[in-house]
Unconditional design. Structure first.
Length: 113
């Protein structure tokens, strides 16, 4: 059985109150958006964040490096945390990030726990 390599993308601001435990619990228990891996081996290869609401994304070298790293890692899927939603609408920064992943043939799943 092939191991599914996944990553989880969350909001930097949310890390002020979020430990990531609910996302990891959902992965480990194969619940919610991770049910699709019920009979699979799963390796979480990254748990990463945007670089914040005030970041200059076109010039931020650390952001660009992070994005390049994720593309090189080529996970089977990147799950986008529910913390990336603002009043029911996905954060525009997260939308741009996910579009880049899709353009690089990486499956984006909107949802974790």
């Amino acid at each position: 059985m092939k191991t599914k390599r996944i990553a989880i993308l969350s909001c930097l601001k949310a890390t002020e109150v979020c430990s990531g435990a609910a996302c990891f619990n959902a992965v480990n228990q194969r619940t919610n958006f991770f049910e699709v891996y019920a009979s699979a081996l799963v390796e979480v290869i990254a748990f990463f964040h945007c670089n914040g609401c005030t970041c200059d994304y076109e010039k931020d070298v650390s952001y660009l490096e992070k994005m390049n790293t994720m593309v090189k890692l080529k996970p089977d899927a990147i799950h986008v945390g529910k913390c990336t939603m603002i009043e029911g609408v996905e954060c525009p920064i997260i939308t741009e990030m996910t579009q880049s992943f899709v353009q690089n043939d990486i499956l984006v799943v909107r949802g974790t726990h």
